[in-house]
Structures are given as structure tokens and as C-alpha cells.
Design a protein around this ligand. Structure first.
Ligand SMILES: [Mg+2]
Length: 189
């Protein structure tokens, strides 16, 4: 079967990683509770930044956010390796900017994610992912972002799952909290 995954905040814990970086960079020590309380994708609010400042902060910190020690979610690497070993195809679909595609692929590979170059897509807008997902005829797709998920609500050929996050609770699609649940989903079929 064909499995598609978003990367940031679906396979790896990017926002929380960025939250720690913001604390350091802005010389603050906001508790992690401030992060868990966030109900939007963007993380700048508790630091007292406006949306514009927040977006500047994100872009000027991107390099550090993307390529340092962002941890994968529990079971992510093992699960994808196992799927691949069992003959499934793994596709990555990330809206990380074009100029970060190749490096992101190498960074993930070094962690142990199984990646084939022609099964790694990047640089599209959130709303454009749906076209790639359809074209690839994925059996399963996993993502965290409402802007992406809302384009997939009517999708019947692909089983779309929400990776549960505080900011996507209103999206009415089946959801998983832990990636390990994916194995049960396959067996349930
Ligand atoms: Mg994401």
C-alpha cells in the first residue's frame, strides 16, 4: 500500500523544538505549559510578538529550527522502516520551501527515515498537497495542519488521518494521537 506523510508536526515535533529555540533566542524562559496551551499553529503569541514579528522570527530562525536537534515523535522512524520492510511505499509531502527540500531529505535520512528520492515532495502550498495526494493515489495520508486537512475532507480514495494537535481538534476526520496507532489501522482493514 501507499502511505503519505506530512513531516513537520506529523512525524517530527517541530513546533515544540522551535518553542525552545525562541525561548533561548529571545532570552525568555516561558514554561512548556505556554506551548501546550497554544491553539494555533504559530507559536509566537506567548512571547508577546505580533503576527508580523512572529513570521519574521520564524523565517529568520528557520535554519536552526529545521536542521538542529528536532526530535521525531515516538515510533516514527521505527514505524516507517517497518512499513517499508513490509513492502509498502512511503511518500513524504512537505510544504517546506523549495530551497530546503534537498537538505531536509538528507537531514531525515541521517535520522534513519527511509526515503526514496522520487517519493519525496516539497515546496508546494498547503492547498496544493491535495493534487499530489490524488495523483499518487495514496491509500493513507497523515497530516496535522487544518489548511491542508480541510482540502481533503471530501477525499474518498485516500484514507486521511489527522495527527492530533491542539489546533486541529475541529477538523472532522479520523485522528491518531500516537503514530503507533497506524499499525492497528492497517490491521483493522
Ligand atoms: Mg505539518
Amino acid at each position: 500500500m501507499k502511505f503519505g506523510f506530512d513531516i513537520d508536526d506529523t512525524l517530527i515535533n517541530l513546533r515544540e523544538h522551535a518553542f525552545h529555540i525562541y525561548n533561548k533566542k529571545l532570552n525568555q524562559s516561558l514554561p512548556i505549559e505556554a506551548f501546550h496551551k497554544l491553539e494555533r499553529v504559530e507559536i509566537h503569541e506567548p512571547f508577546g510578538l505580533t503576527d508580523e514579528q512572529g513570521s519574521q522570527m520564524w523565517n529568520s530562525t528557520l535554519e536552526e529550527i529545521y536542521y538542529t536537534t528536532c526530535p521525531p515523535f515516538p515510533d516514527a522512524i521505527e514505524l516507517l522502516q517497518e512499513l517499508e520492510q513490509n513492502g509498502h511505499e512511503i511518500y513524504y509531502i512537505t510544504s517546506r520551501p523549495k530551497e530546503h527540500g534537498e537538505r531536509t531529505m538528507e537531514w531525515l535520512r541521517a535520522l534513519g527515515f527511509p526515503i526514496k528520492e522520487n517519493q519525496f515532495f516539497y515546496g508546494m502550498q498547503d492547498q496544493e498537497k491535495v493534487h499530489i495526494i490524488k495523483k499518487l493515489e495514496l491509500d493513507y495520508y497523515f497530516d496535522d495542519k487544518p489548511d491542508v486537512l480541510n482540502t481533503l475532507l471530501e477525499e474518498s480514495a485516500t484514507k486521511v488521518f489527522v495527527k492530533d494537535q491542539p489546533y486541529n481538534r475541529l477538523v472532522k476526520l479520523p485522528r491518531i494521537v500516537d503514530l503507533s496507532e497506524i499499525k492497528e489501522i492497517i490491521h483493522r482493514k
